[in-house]
Design a protein around this ligand. Structure first.
Ligand SMILES: [Zn+2]
Ligand SMILES: [Zn+2]
Length: 161
C-alpha cells in the first residue's frame, strides 16, 4: 500500500484516495462519489461518454478541418515514410499518434466517436494513394503497406478517443 500522496488540486493535503478515471490523488474535499466510484471533480463533471456527446458545433467543424489537414499533409508524410524504407512501422505509428493528437486537440480535447472516425478516415485517406498505386502497378495487395496503414490508423484512433 502506497503512503499518502498530495492531492493534485491541493498539494499541501495528503490523501490515499485516487480518482477512478484518471488515477490522480484526491483529498476528501475534492472527491466526488459517482455510480462508478470516487472521482476527481474534472472526471465527475465530465464522464467520457458525456464529453463525447457534448462536442459543440465549432469543435465538430474544427475536428473535420483537422481531418482534412491530416489527409492532405499525411499524404506527404506517408510518402516520406515509405521513402525511408526502414523503421516504417515505427514512423507510421508516430505519424498516426501525432495525427490523432492533433485531431483530438482540434475538437477541444473532447474525443469520442466523431474524433475517432475523423482520425481513422483521415489517416486512411493519406495512405490510400500509395496502396492503390501499388495495386494498380503490380496488381498485388501490398501487405506490408496495408499493415503500415493499419498501424497508423490504429494509433490515430486510439489517440483521439
Ligand atoms: Zn480524475
Ligand atoms: Zn483536494
Amino acid at each position: 500500500m502506497a503512503g499518502p500522496v498530495p492531492c493534485y488540486r491541493h498539494p499541501r493535503r495528503k490523501t490515499r484516495v485516487s480518482c477512478a478515471t484518471c488515477g490522480r490523488p484526491i483529498c476528501t474535499e475534492c472527491m466526488v462519489q459517482t455510480d462508478v466510484g470516487i472521482k476527481c471533480p474534472d472526471d465527475a463533471r465530465l464522464p467520457r461518454g458525456a464529453r463525447a456527446g457534448a462536442m459543440k458545433t465549432g469543435q465538430v467543424i474544427r475536428s473535420l478541418l483537422a481531418g482534412v489537414a491530416v489527409a492532405v499533409v499525411g499524404t506527404a508524410v506517408v510518402y516520406a515514410i515509405f521513402q525511408v524504407g526502414f523503421l516504417t512501422l515505427i514512423l507510421s505509428a508516430v505519424a498516426g499518434y501525432g495525427a490523432g493528437t492533433f485531431i483530438h486537440r482540434a475538437g477541444g480535447r473532447n474525443g469520442g466517436p466523431l474524433a475517432m472516425s475523423v482520425s481513422g478516415v483521415a489517416v486512411a485517406i493519406a495512405f490510400a494513394p500509395f496502396l492503390a498505386l501499388q495495386v494498380l502497378a503490380g496488381g498485388e495487395v501490398p501487405i506490408f503497406r496495408v499493415l503500415t496503414a493499419l498501424v497508423a490508423v490504429g494509433f490515430a484512433i486510439y489517440n483521439s478517443r
